[in-house]
Design a protein around this ligand. Structure first.
Ligand SMILES: C[S@@+](CC[C@H](N)C(=O)[O-])C[C@H]1O[C@@H](n2cnc3c(N)ncnc32)[C@H](O)[C@@H]1O
Length: 170
């Protein structure tokens, strides 16, 4: 009986992780040291609203929330297991995690976005970012640039032996 229940739970976790991987990117966390680089790169001010698209276990959201108690932090995640881990580790009054597809999440209230997704997902989501984000919003992509956004690029944060962070403004 318990074995069956555990197998069903495991299958649900696996299927939702596989679905998330197919629709945006598999789960690979941002490296811990790179969260500090992101914090330095983003110019966050009191009252800003930050969203992480595909927040995994919430490491980046927790890092942003710890440094900025006056910024509203939202993490959107499609994989059930990652979402539950983020919820368990990251609940704070100004941090919210949502179990949702990033393509269905309304971005209109945000002025800062971070994403670590596959390059083809950046290509698919860039028109949504431009349509819904406030003008002048900061968008940071990790590892890969956003295709077609060369004229919006503000800075590429490079560090020896580290992956690149690309800062854009809409
Ligand atoms: C490369 S990982 C990055 C995790 C986290 N952002 C970090 O940097 O530590 C990509 C995450 O996005 C999630 N994801 C992929 N496609 C998604 C989608 N369409 N909607 C929401 N989350 C998605 C995956 O489940 C995974 O946790």
């Amino acid at each position: 009986m318990w074995t069956t229940i555990l197998l069903v739970i495991g299958a649900v976790f696996l299927l939702s992780a596989a679905y998330a991987a197919a629709s945006g990117a598999p789960w690979v966390p941002t490296k811990k040291g790179d969260v500090a680089r992101l914090q330095r790169l983003l110019n966050l001010k009191s009252g800003d609203k930050f969203v992480e698209l595909g927040c995994g276990n919430g490491r980046v959201c927790r890092g942003i929330a710890e440094k900025h108690s006056d910024v509203e932090v939202v993490g959107v995640e499609l994989s059930l297991l990652q979402y539950l881990v983020a919820q368990l580790q990251g609940a704070r009054s100004h941090t919210t995690f949502k179990l949702q597809n990033v393509f269905a999440h309304d971005l209109s209230g945000y002025n800062a976005v971070y994403m670590f997704l596959m390059p083809e997902t950046y290509q698919k989501i860039e028109s949504k970012l431009l349509r819904e984000l406030q003008p002048g919003a900061q968008v940071v992509s990790y590892v890969w640039p956003i295709p077609g956004w060369e004229d919006r690029l503000v800075q590429v944060d490079k560090a020896e032996g580290k992956l690149d962070l690309f800062l854009y403004k809409t």
